[in-house]
Design a protein around this ligand. Structure first.
Ligand SMILES: [Zn+2]
Length: 239
């Protein structure tokens, strides 16, 4: 058996491994699991953002509450002093009134912002619950599907091992120089070898000089397609 025939057989086994690896990657259940995992990850990011926002809102809430309490205190004190006639001059009374009205203004603005924050907090809480629910559902579904997938994956892995074993067996008896050439091309394109049909490379469909087919018929020499670089192949006994 020529080296090229062995290499051709090896390529067949190699193709089976590659195709099955692709099939495993594109397995619908696996794709579904990846999608669910991404949903969970995205929602975790949203949850972290919401928690961060909530922390900031809480700080602002505490600040506003302190401002409101302080304004309330100034307002109460000045009002009380006015009512009890503690001020002797019109100027003092005037100043006290202005303090009261100033404190009242600050009080109102703090309360307004507080009430806005309360309704905003309500909205955020709903959103937070919603996102958490969705993440929990996606996680449950993931866990359920994962059990079935793990079993399937075990089977897939076993079958892939068989195919790899067959490929390894097909490699036996191949001259290292031929294998090295195969692997060098393999890293660029697949399939590595292409048959010649009607003086055309079946890898890239380019027409080849008819001398090329003559050159490789029955020969064990590596001749590459000058267009795509594949090893040209004509099975034994074929013209
Ligand atoms: Zn070609």
């Amino acid at each position: 058996m020529r080296q090229l025939d062995r290499l051709w057989k090896y390529q067949g086994a190699d193709k089976k491994v590659t195709e099955y690896e692709t099939e495993i990657r594109q397995f619908p259940l696996r794709q579904q699991l990846l999608k669910l995992r991404n949903i969970v990850a995205d929602q975790q990011t949203v949850v972290r953002g919401l928690e961060n926002d909530a922390g900031k809102a809480l700080d602002r809430l505490n600040e506003l509450t302190a401002q409101r309490d302080q304004a309330q205190q100034i307002f109460d004190e000045a009002k009380q002093a006015l009512e009890s006639g503690a001020y002797a001059t019109a100027e003092q009374v005037h100043q006290a009134i202005s303090r009261v009205s100033d404190a009242e203004g600050r009080l109102r603005s703090a309360e307004k912002e507080l009430s806005k924050m309360v309704s905003h907090a309500q909205m955020m809480e709903n959103r937070y619950k919603d996102v958490r629910n969705k993440a929990a559902k996606a996680r449950d579904e993931y866990n359920k599907l994962k059990v079935g997938y793990d079993k399937e994956f075990e089977k897939q892995t076993a079958h892939l091992e068989e195919l790899k074993q067959a490929r390894q067996e097909a490699a036996e008896g191949i001259d290292p120089a031929y294998m090295e050439r195969y692997k060098a091309i393999r890293s660029q394109r697949f399939p590595v070898m292409a048959r010649i049909h009607n003086d055309q490379c079946s890898g890239c469909n380019m027409s080849l000089p008819s001398a090329v087919a003559k050159q490789i018929t029955g020969s064990d020499e590596i001749v590459e397609c000058e267009n795509c670089g594949r090893i040209l192949y004509i099975p034994d006994g074929e013209k």
